[in-house]
Ligand binder design. Structure first.
Ligand code: NAD
Length: 467
């Protein structure tokens, strides 16, 4: 049942029909309840800890797109469509129209950094976008200056900056961030805010007993416990302020029980982690294809050279370990060696990242893939991806901010697994394994959008066309 009013629409489900293309009911989901979707009124503020290469490429990019001097390639929210009903119905609206996402003109940007550079200067330093395009949006991005950061060098060894806050405890730091969020919201006249972590990768950390409950986490913050990283302080502040949070880096941040519980309690959507770009994007495109055709794998060796600040941070073995863990999990989950031992049990998977300054943000990633087919005959695939990391990451930041805002307007809270599409290490419920296959992730995302709007979910059975 669909009820519409000026500010929202409300869908009441008894159960959801799963339909095939010719509108035959082929199943149902036992979900019941009501989804009230608030319309996107006013401005959405997008706050990012870390105004480096990714964040500035995103902000300057949106400004350029608004001016009509560039196009939002790579963004599902801006260019993607969703098919509704039968294949013959020809109902294929743009996603942004279908679920009523905020217009780019209604976005406001801000963030924190340990360096004082404004977005124009930081974007010039990052060297992703050329000066030509940056000069065309200079007037819009010059005024965006970072707020003072919550930073501790013990968690990012290769960086040192003095644009940082001073407080006695980690709990106090969180309160300062909450004040920043509220001040930003008021000063920019925002209706809602979303926060996306675009700051450096922190050192590898294992879950600690203090991460178990909200109480133990808050106590640990007050005692300056080393298991509380700066990224966790931002995430905590975000959730307490009622602001959806996504983690674009591989560090342990919202993927701990205390944060998941807090997000559910406060009704805040969370997602993560580690933007899926570059080599891992390629892996999650290729590996499902090889597996689909039961092609075996003996080895997958991946190496990268990159010379941006991210590369410099990852030159520290402890930060690299965080990234390595995130990158390695992908193949294991997609290939399911326990289900296909003959094909994938002996896979040797190695990932290397080398800091090489001359390349800047223009990373080069090589993959050597040793595969085998019929009768065990070996073959090889070589990939040389001349990639631009931040060009691939920027549309992800935009999509995550708009989709997290949508989730919040729908009252969806806690882990948003339907946003796995964007992450190298998708967060999911503890009893599940993460879904890494890009195509399953996309189906999950689009079915979630259909679900939100009360449209039938789509399977790809299609037998009814041939009845
Ligand atoms: N570019 C990609 O394709 C990609 C993909 C996956 C993940 N990531 C992750 O996204 C993050 C951003 O990447 P980038 O290329 O923009 O890196 P970057 O080094 O250019 O920018 C990161 C910024 O974060 C700032 N920073 C560090 N700690 C901070 C803190 N505690 N508070 C506020 N600011 C802080 C740094 O000063 C820097 O300006 C990194 O963690 C990276 O690993 C990037």
């Amino acid at each position: 049942m669909l009820e519409k009013s000026e500010n929202c629409y409300r869908i009441t489900y008894a159960k959801i029909n799963v339909m095939s293309h010719s509108n035959k009911k082929i199943g149902d989901m036992r979900v019941s309840g009501t989804i009230t979707v608030k319309k996107p009124k006013g401005k959405l503020g997008i706050l990012m800890p870390g105004l480096g290469a990714v964040a500035t490429t995103f902000i300057a990019g949106v400004m350029a797109i608004k001016k009509g001097i560039a196009r939002p390639f790579g963004s599902l929210t801006q260019m993607g469509t969703v098919r509704l009903g039968k294949r013959t119905d020809k109902r294929i609206p743009l996603i942004k129209d279908f679920v009523e996402l905020p217009d780019l003109n209604n976005l406001v940007f801000g963030g924190w950094d340990i360096f004082e550079d404004n977005v124009y200067k930081s974007a010039l330093n990052a060297g992703v976008l050329n000066k030509d395009i940056l000069d065309k949006v200079k007037k819009d991005i010059d005024p965006i200056v970072p707020m003072k950061a919550v930073f501790d060098r013990n968690y990012v060894k290769k960086l040192q900056g003095d644009h940082v806050k001073k407080a006695d405890t980690k709990y106090d730091y969180a309160q300062l961030l909450i004040e920043d969020i509220q001040k930003f919201k008021t000063e920019n006249n925002c209706d809602r805010i979303a926060m996306i972590w675009c700051a450096s990768t922190e050192v590898f950390m294992k879950p600690d007993p203090v991460h178990e409950t909200i109480e133990s986490f808050e106590k640990a913050m007050k005692e300056n416990h080393p298991a509380i990283a700066p990224s966790m302080i931002y995430a905590y502040a975000s959730i307490i302020a009622g602001v959806p949070f996504a983690n674009g880096a591989p560090n342990l941040t919202v993927d701990i029980p205390a944060m998941i519980e807090l997000a559910r309690e406060k009704g805040v959507p969370i997602a993560g982690k580690d933007f899926k770009t570059g080599q891992t994007l390629m892996k999650t495109i290729l590996a499902p294809g090889l597996k689909a055709r039961l092609i075996g794998l003996n080895g997958w060796f991946s190496t990268n050279i990159l010379g941006n600040r991210d590369g410099e941070v990852l030159d520290d073995p402890e930060s690299f370990k965080t990234k390595e863990e995130s990158k390695l999990g992908v193949l294991e989950y997609i290939l399911q060696p326990e289900v296909y031992p003959d094909l994938y049990q002996n896979l040797y998977h190695k990932v290397r990242i080398n800091y090489y300054p001359p390349r800047g943000d223009n990373k080069e990633g090589w993959d050597n893939i040793d595969i085998f087919g019929w009768l065990g005959y070996p073959m090889q695939i070589k990939i040389d991806f001349l990639c631009r990391d931040s060009i691939l990451a920027a549309p992800i930041v935009l999509d995550l901010a708009l989709f997290l805002d949508l989730a919040q307007r729908c009252g969806m809270k806690g882990i948003q697994e339907w946003l796995s599409f964007y992450f190298k290490s998708p967060i999911c419920a503890p009893e599940l394994y993460p879904e890494h296959d890009l195509f399953i992730q996309l189906m999950k995302l689009k079915n979630t959008l259909r679900f939100i709007k009360g449209e039938d979910l789509i399977t790809h059975l299609g037998l009814e066309y041939y009845d």
